[in-house]
Design a protein around this ligand. Structure first.
Ligand code: C5P
Length: 265
């Protein structure tokens, strides 16, 4: 495991040792049909996970990153950590195995964070281009308010409620609707308690994000402005969108080739 460094030459991380990030990368990616878990799908020769680890460990904090990977890909995840993390990084990184559903993967990630962590960001590895600036804004709002914080974008399409036969029953007012993204930020205690007590009663009732987990537990969730580049890979069409961000050079230095060196389970 890469150990915390107190004296970092060339940069001065903020004194925020209580930050933890859970990067969930254990989804099977069935809707993508790429033959690999989607966090391990490559863009320009780099796995999506590589971009996610890169942006988190570029944040100017000392922190703990837990990468949650499929058991079959844990060794590869470690290799990627090893490639991306600079030797002198103030980030401590570990890899744990994921669960069947996303919320289980998050719970396993949370359990792997050290006791000292007070603020947690949970991020989908399937959103490789969420910016460092977005991570910082989410974090700042959690610290400022103590609420759960999620990035959100307005919904642009007209929305219809349909039945299982595809018959439209009503148009849903989009003015009060937003599409939410990750990273999502939480006071650790709030998120851990909500996951521990989550009542997942039916197979199709599993929460699809962490904001829902804490909201079910009664906590307040606050939105901040999201960003287009935090787009999630779900279907093959999304690959073209992510590709566009890379080829049009819309990402700045955060997507630059990774550094090098060591971490372990
Ligand atoms: O499936 P979905 O698009 O909602 O996945 C969002 C993120 O959650 C992805 O980064 C995926 O790897 C992760 N995930 C996970 N464990 C699961 C399911 C999804 O870590 N069992």
């Amino acid at each position: 495991m890469n150990s915390l460094a107190n004296d970092i030459s060339g940069s001065t991380p903020h004194a925020l040792p209580s930050l933890g990030v859970v990067l969930v990368a254990a989804g099977r990616g069935e809707r993508l049909g790429a033959g690999a878990p989607k966090a391990f799908v490559e863009l320009h020769g780099r796995a999506l996970l590589e971009f996610g680890i890169g942006v988190v460990t570029s944040l100017p904090h000392t922190g703990h990153l837990v990468v949650v990977a499929p058991e079959s890909h844990a060794a590869l995840a470690l290799e990627i950590v090893d490639q991306v993390l600079p030797q002198e990084s103030p980030w401590e990184v570990s890899v744990v195995h994921g669960g069947r559903e996303r919320h289980e993967s998050v719970r396993f990630g949370l359990e792997a964070l050290p006791e000292s962590v007070e603020t947690v960001l949970v991020h989908d590895a399937a959103r490789p281009f969420a910016s460092a600036e977005l991570f910082e804004r989410v974090l700042a709002e959690v610290v400022r308010t103590g609420d759960a914080v999620v990035p959100a974008l307005p919904v642009v399409d007209t929305l219809k409620r349909v039945d299982e036969d595809g018959i439209v029953h009503e148009t849903v007012d989009r003015a009060t609707l937003v599409a939410v993204q990750t990273p999502q930020g939480f006071v650790r205690e709030t998120l851990a308690a909500a996951h521990a007590t989550a009542q997942i009663q039916r197979e199709n009732d599993a929460p699809t994000d962490d904001a829902e987990v804490v909201q079910r537990a009664g906590a307040r969730v606050r939105t901040i402005e999201g960003e287009q580049r935090a787009h999630k890979l779900t279907t093959p069409a999304d690959l073209a969108i992510l590709e566009h961000f890379l080829t049009e050079n819309l990402l700045g230095r955060e997507a630059a080739p990774a550094g090098s060196h060591g971490a372990s389970l």
